[in-house]
Ligand binder design. Structure first.
Ligand code: NAD
Length: 232
């Protein structure tokens, strides 16, 4: 299938691109950055059963998306991974950018079969920075909105990870004190790898054909961590 992955030069998007390539798909990565060198090497290796094409574009800018992709390009599977965790611009990139890409390339696309949006546990718990939490809460609602509009020809779901060991989190991963505090809050005592999240993306986006409008929280139990208070 023809798959478009935004944010394909970063942790989760890059891992998803490699996973889809292993499965033999035609993968189109879209990112403001150049393609990841290791991904390009992988795409030329014997392990790769598909083909990789990289497109430079900014998801916040509709003209940039239009001019960055080949004319008339329409994917069968859309994976929205582009995202930031910076503060003020989080809603522009994580939510409005996702809406730009999805409205242009999925909603009025007769070929589309599946959309997977990458949200965050933050959209469920409200934790993390305000604009980031708001952007990810928006992803949960927008996923349901798209699912209603593209049915019955296609499905739309979101994957909402807790901590994932990508560059986005280098600042806490490299600090043993902060890392120990995070692990105390995480029942499974580890974060997910980007490769693990890529497997979820594939399962929800390709293997799954009947679940739509759902938001899967994949966080090692962190959000559900509750203490039972009761007399001894
Ligand atoms: P990352 O920083 O490793 O990768 C993000 C990619 O998005 C980068 O390649 C970046 O260049 C690209 N990007 C940023 N702004 C863009 C724009 N305007 N247009 C096009 N591309 C743009 O981050 P990641 O950890 O792989 O995160 C991917 C997604 O997963 C994000 O939406 C993030 O919020 C979400 N997420 C990450 C974690 C985590 O712990 N890493 C947890 C929950 C959700």
């Amino acid at each position: 299938m023809k798959v478009l992955i935004t944010g394909a030069s970063g942790g989760i998007g890059r891992a998803a691109a490699e996973y889809f390539l292993k499965k033999g798909h035609e993968v189109h990565g879209l990112d403001i950055r150049e393609a990841d060198e290791d991904l390009l090497k992988f795409s030329e290796s014997a392990e790769c059963c598909g083909a990789y094409y990289h497109h430079i574009a900014d998801v916040t800018d509709k003209d940039s998306i239009r001019s960055g992709l080949p004319e008339g390009f329409l994917p069968e599977v859309l994976i929205n991974c582009a995202g930031i965790q910076e503060g003020e611009r989080d809603i522009d990139v994580n939510l409005k950018g996702m809406i730009n890409v999805t409205e242009m390339l999925a909603v009025s696309n007769e070929e589309i079969k599946s959309v997977v949006n990458i949200g965050s546990a933050s959209g469920h718990t409200g934790s993390e920075f305000p604009e980031y939490a708001a952007s990810k809460g928006g992803v949960i609602a927008y996923t349901k909105n798209v699912a209603l509009r593209i049915a019955p020809r296609a499905i739309c779901n979101s994957i909402d990870p807790g901590g994932v060991t990508t560059e986005l989190n280098r600042v806490v991963m490299d600090d043993p004190v902060l890392w120990n505090r995070i692990m105390e809050l995480t029942p499974l005592k580890r974060w997910a790898s980007a490769e693990e999240i890529a497997e979820w993306i594939y399962f929800v986006g390709v293997t799954n054909r009947f679940m739509t409008g759902q938001n899967l929280l994949i966080d090692g139990g962190e959000a559900g961590r509750a203490e039972f208070v009761w007399p001894e």
